[in-house]
Design a binder for this molecule. Structure first.
Ligand SMILES: NC(=O)c1ccc[n+]([C@@H]2O[C@H](COP(=O)([O-])OP(=O)(O)OC[C@H]3O[C@@H](n4cnc5c(N)ncnc54)[C@H](O)[C@@H]3O)[C@@H](O)[C@H]2O)c1
Length: 282
């Protein structure tokens, strides 16, 4: 305490009117631990791709609330900047994750602006519903390049800094479509299945470097990507009947899972495939 009240207390204490009591250890320890955890997270930088999307933006908000400085990356630069502008310590960047040179350039800018990232979250993604016989090569490439090559390129750029620091974490946003087949979405399933095994392979390679690599598989989540069903009440009701949670999930519920995977609570998770799907694949 400072000011007149603090001066009066100090004078009383000096005069022996007050015997200062040391705060009990048991009360101070949890507070000190909380401050240490918050300060450690505040010093950390998180990179989130797909930051302008429903799930990516929720992840940015959650990581910022947890004290991270957040680099918000998206193909839609203005939208990424807008997400960042609502957060206390964040910055938006435009990048196409399919483009190796662009990913390399933005990684350099993030390091220059904010420092070496401690956490990378790959949430950029695209979806399409098509029979494989109707799928042209360009559409196959768009899906595979965004959902699988993108995380390869970002991991390739950001991993060396984490390895040099001897610590860090990567969370890849895959999908329930990464662990089972789905109707009319072979390219999407192939891309997400590849992402699950990219995750597990990187966990094997880089766990010994102090880096935990995990993925999270959302079920149906209420974002633009679910526009094909989320405004169709009868279809949504049919979907809900197949899921133990009886509803679609929210972007915030995915962000909770990411925060957990990145936290000290997930310290023994390496190569985990966390299903956040309301029990849809249970
Ligand atoms: N919404 C769901 O039901 C659902 C279910 C399972 C998995 N997922 C996965 O979650 C992730 C986030 O999806 P969402 O629901 O927020 O979708 P969304 O469409 O709201 O957001 C996706 C974001 O990725 C960005 N993006 C697309 N291509 C990009 C590129 N080449 N480079 C950089 N950014 C690019 C888009 O601009 C967009 O902001 C995706 O990987 C998606 O596959 C979503």
């Amino acid at each position: 305490m400072s000011g007149p009240a603090g001066d009066a207390l100090a004078a009383d204490a000096a005069a022996g009117a007050i015997t200062p009591q040391p705060a009990p250890e048991s009360l101070l320890a949890p507070v000190a631990e909380l401050i240490a955890v918050t300060e450690a997270a505040r010093a950390r930088v998180a990179v989130v791709t797909g930051a302008a999307g429903g799930i990516g933006a929720a992840i940015c908000r959650r990581l910022s609330a947890d004290g991270f400085t957040v680099a918000c990356l998206d193909l839609r630069e203005d939208a990424a900047a807008s997400v960042a502008s609502d957060l206390p310590t964040a910055r938006g960047y435009g990048v196409d994750v399919r483009d190796a040179a662009a990913v390399q350039a933005v990684a350099g800018r993030v390091r220059d602006d904010l420092g070496v990232p401690w956490l990378l979250v790959n949430a950029a993604g695209v979806f399409s519903i098509q029979r494989i016989t109707d799928l042209d090569e360009a559409e196959w490439d768009r899906i595979l390049d965004t959902n699988l090559k993108g995380p390869f390129l970002t991991c390739r750029e950001f991993l060396p800094g984490m390895v040099a620091a001897g610590q860090g974490a990567i969370v890849n946003i895959a999908s329930t479509a990464g662990v089972r087949g789905g109707r009319l979405r072979a390219a999407y399933c192939a891309s997400k299945g590849g992402l699950v095994l990219l995750t597990r392979s990187l966990a094997v390679d880089h766990g010994p470097d102090g880096i935990r690599v995990n993925c999270l598989c959302p079920g149906l989540i209420d974002t633009e990507m679910a526009d094909w069903i989320r405004h169709d009440e009868p279809a949504l009701a049919r979907f809900a009947a197949t899921v133990p949670a009886r509803r679609m999930g929210t972007p915030e519920e995915i962000a909770d899972g990411v925060a957990f995977l990145a936290s000290a609570g997930g310290s023994y998770l390496h190569g985990a495939v966390l299903m956040v799907d309301g029990g849809g694949t249970a």
